[in-house]
Design a protein around this ligand. Structure first.
Ligand code: ZN
Length: 265
């Protein structure tokens, strides 16, 4: 899989990450910045130059991104019904009337295909997208796990998470090498919070370097990284338990969420 630079004015500041294995280069992901901290994505099957548009919030920007990448948009893939993710779907339906619009419930604007847990669909000839219901951030939140049929290890690929935090199990579904494509650029704030509750964790030094070196951090980290540095999936960690003053996982996560809501860097 090859990840190109995001198509945005800040692209010069972001890093290019690519994989050397030619076998996995049939799938390409391009982040598209739709608002200040909001990402959509083009998920491209390089064999056919067909693309799925993940959370196509701003259709003119999406169209421009597709044109500059030389790909044809054939579907919209909606992570959940919130306006900053599904708010472009009606425009999308007008611009691409024949393209299916996938989403987790009829609350998703203009949805044509309501997907359930474990449903699958294809983008082009080589990309398989598996839907994983993660009713956490919203009841209709779906994580979309995209893999290429040419990948040497079909369990990796990338996962589009929207606003779903990796709490209560989302992370368990994926291999450690799966790349994370989230819906917003909140990494710097998340890092500051993680340092406040888990300051001795050496993985946070690595995350800090990624944040300092990259304006856009999506697509640069994996599920395995999340397990090392995301306090919300490190509930058993003694330091995190001490920081919350709680002992059971449910209490720890409730307290972390409360602390995060009130956290002011
Ligand atoms: Zn949301």
């Amino acid at each position: 899989m090859l990840i190109l630079r995001p198509l945005s004015s800040r692209s010069l500041l972001s890093r290019h990450r690519s994989f050397s294995t030619t076998l996995v280069q049939k799938m390409k992901v391009i982040p598209v910045e739709f608002r200040e901290d909001n990402y959509g994505y083009l998920l491209i099957d390089e064999a056919t130059n067909k693309a799925g548009a993940v959370d196509p919030y701003n259709v003119p920007k999406l169209k421009a991104a597709a044109e500059s990448a030389g790909v044809e948009i054939i579907a919209a893939i909606t992570t959940h019904h919130h306006f900053d993710h599904a708010g472009g779907n009606k425009d999308f339906a007008k611009e691409y009337p024949n393209a299916p619009i996938y989403g987790g419930s009829k609350q998703v604007d203009a949805v044509t295909h309501i997907v359930k847990d474990k449903d699958t669909f294809n983008i082009g000839d080589t990309i398989l997208v598996k839907c994983l219901a993660t009713p956490c951030h919203t009841q209709d939140s779906i994580c979309y796990h995209a893999t290429s049929s040419d990948a040497t290890n079909p369990a990796t690929g990338g996962v589009f998470t929207g606003d779903t935090l990796f709490i209560a199990g989302c992370g368990r579904f994926f291999e450690d090498k799966t790349i994370v494509y989230n819906g917003h650029e909140y990494t710097a704030g998340n890092l500051a919070f993680a340092k406040s509750v888990d300051g001795d964790n050496p993985a946070l030094t690595r995350l800090e370097k990624i944040v300092n070196d990259n304006k856009i951090t999506t697509g640069l980290t994996t599920i395995g990284d999340e397990k090392e540095w995301n306090p919300f999936i490190r509930l058993d960690d003694e330091g995190i338990r001490a920081a919350t003053g709680k002992t059971t996982n449910i209490e720890v996560i409730d307290e972390l969420r409360r602390m995060k809501n009130h956290f002011r860097g």
